[in-house]
Design a protein around this ligand. Structure first.
Ligand SMILES: [Zn+2]
Length: 475
């Protein structure tokens, strides 16, 4: 008996009973699911998700993946579906569920992907069936490998990152209903129906394997997130954990609606069936969160690199006029000319050195990776998150406050080039980290309250936190 509708492919409750008479040869069943091999034989109507109604209709729908998980349903019959990916698809008007059945095709879906679906039927799920979650009750089941009128396509080339970036019909002039801060969420807001969080990615953990209660292994990624009120964690389990690999700490903003949660010392979020996760939505609030994140992380970066592209050190070195500034004059200049660049010299004393302290704390050198600080008494160290080797720079905190007769620069606020460090310490970073303790003690005593001339550059540029970049040290 040939199946009369697409639904007959999806009798997931009794896969063993369904008959194979679908009219497709085994060769047709193994066609790769790529755009070039599929030609629609019907006329499809484009529709926004928000205007969908249940019933038969040839539809083409477009949206972004805001949640998904895989449901394996192994069947002994080779041509039968072996499982499905349950995808929540959202455009700017609404969200729906797509049950994407597969046989041999591995759908490499990720959160945020722009996709199109061609289908001939949309149904309404109910609370009593697990066909679709309550957050996206309209659903369609498609089996592109077994039904030639259905198709699923991930758009990579045409995705310029602009389409469907204003979820929930959000307008800049209106507050998004249910939007709250992480702090409010942690303090009880998780009970609010349709609660939404707008957070920035702070760090991305490595994918880790873990064993489920039923003994199967799966993967997870833990992502550090924050807004201007507090920090939290978002853990992605299973195939969805791969989605975080394209996110950038301090850049990527996530709009999370109805997250799964556990409140410990901080909130631990996850995706449940009703969660929607939108990446970098184009809304005023999201832009605010990103700008805030960038300001915070600029201040917080433990060891910014010397901005070699901003300053012409060679020209300054050979300049006929070398201006010596007082610290108060630099401050005045920066306030009066926030867009200009200056280079010159200052004559200062270092009031404290912390070489030995930082050595004992294993913090002589530092850098950041994956949004997290790395410290070590070594010139390279592995990032604990991504396991990559990082080249470390000398920790600017080994210099205490720096003063002249007119002002002070607090500890850690100077950015020294590698050359400047070498001139100051009389040794390379490599030599510093391998020096015996008594040499470090001697170094501190020798440099303390010594009059130093520092060649500096300052450029406030776009919203930069004003830090003096030191390109040479003369004693
Ligand atoms: Zn890393």
């Amino acid at each position: 008996m040939p199946p009369t509708s697409i639904q007959s492919f999806f009798s997931s409750s009794s896969p063993s009973k369904s008959s194979p008479g679908d009219g497709f040869t085994p060769d047709e069943m193994t066609l790769p699911a790529s755009a070039s091999t599929w030609t629609p034989t019907l006329d499809y109507e484009e529709s926004s998700i928000g205007s969908l109604e249940p019933g038969p209709r040839n539809l083409t729908l477009m949206g972004r993946i805001v949640n998904f998980y895989e449901v394996p349903k192994p069947s002994k019959r080779p041509s039968a579906a072996q499982g499905y990916v349950k995808i929540m698809l959202a455009d700017d008007t609404g969200s729906m569920t797509v049950r994407l059945w597969y046989n041999k095709t591995e759908y490499k879906v990720k959160l945020g992907q722009l996709v199109s679906v061609w289908t001939v039927h949309v149904s309404m799920g109910s609370e009593h069936t697990s066909l679709a979650p309550t957050a996206a009750p309209l659903f369609t089941s498609i089996y592109p490998e077994g039904e030639r009128n259905c198709y699923f396509m991930v758009h990579e080339r045409i995705d310029d990152g602009n389409m469907f970036k204003r979820p929930f019909g959000v307008r800049d002039s209106q507050v998004l209903p249910g939007l709250m801060t992480l702090k409010n969420f942690t303090d009880g807001g998780y009970d609010v129906e349709d609660c939404k969080l707008l957070v920035c990615v702070k760090s991305i953990g490595a994918r880790k394997k873990f064993t489920n209660k039923n003994g199967t292994t799966s993967e997870l990624t833990t992502v550090g997130i924050f807004d201007d009120t507090t920090e939290a964690q978002l853990t992605l389990y299973g195939p969805v954990s791969n989605s975080a690999s394209s996110w950038t700490p301090s850049q990527t903003v996530l709009l999370v609606a109805n997250p799964g949660w556990r409140i410990d010392r901080t909130a631990k979020l996850s995706l449940n069936a009703n969660t929607q996760l939108h990446i970098d939505p184009n809304t005023a609030d999201a832009r605010y969160v990103r700008a805030l994140a960038q300001r915070l992380t600029k201040k917080e970066h433990v060891n910014p690199a010397f901005p070699a592209d901003l300053f012409d050190v060679e020209a300054a070195e050979s300049a006929a006029v070398r201006v010596l500034y007082m610290l108060s004059e630099i401050d005045e200049f920066a306030r009066g000319n926030p867009r200009e660049k200056i280079m010159g010299y200052i004559s200062v004393l270092v009031t404290e050195f912390h070489v030995v302290t930082n050595y004992k704390r294993n913090m002589l050198m530092s850098t950041e990776c994956c949004g997290l600080p790395i410290f070590a008494n070594a010139v390279t160290a592995k990032c604990r998150q991504c396991n990559k080797d990082n080249v470390l720079r000398i920790n600017p905190r080994i210099l205490g406050n720096i003063i002249d007769e007119t002002g002070q620069i607090s500890s850690g606020k100077l950015i020294l080039s590698d050359d400047a460090w070498e001139q100051l310490l009389g040794r390379t970073a490599e030599q510093l980290v391998t020096a015996p303790l008594d040499v470090m003690k001697y170094l501190e005593q020798r440099l303390l309250f010594l009059r130093l001339t520092l060649g500096f550059g300052l450029y406030l540029g776009n919203d930069e936190v004003g830090r003096l970049a030191i390109w040479c040290v003369k004693m």
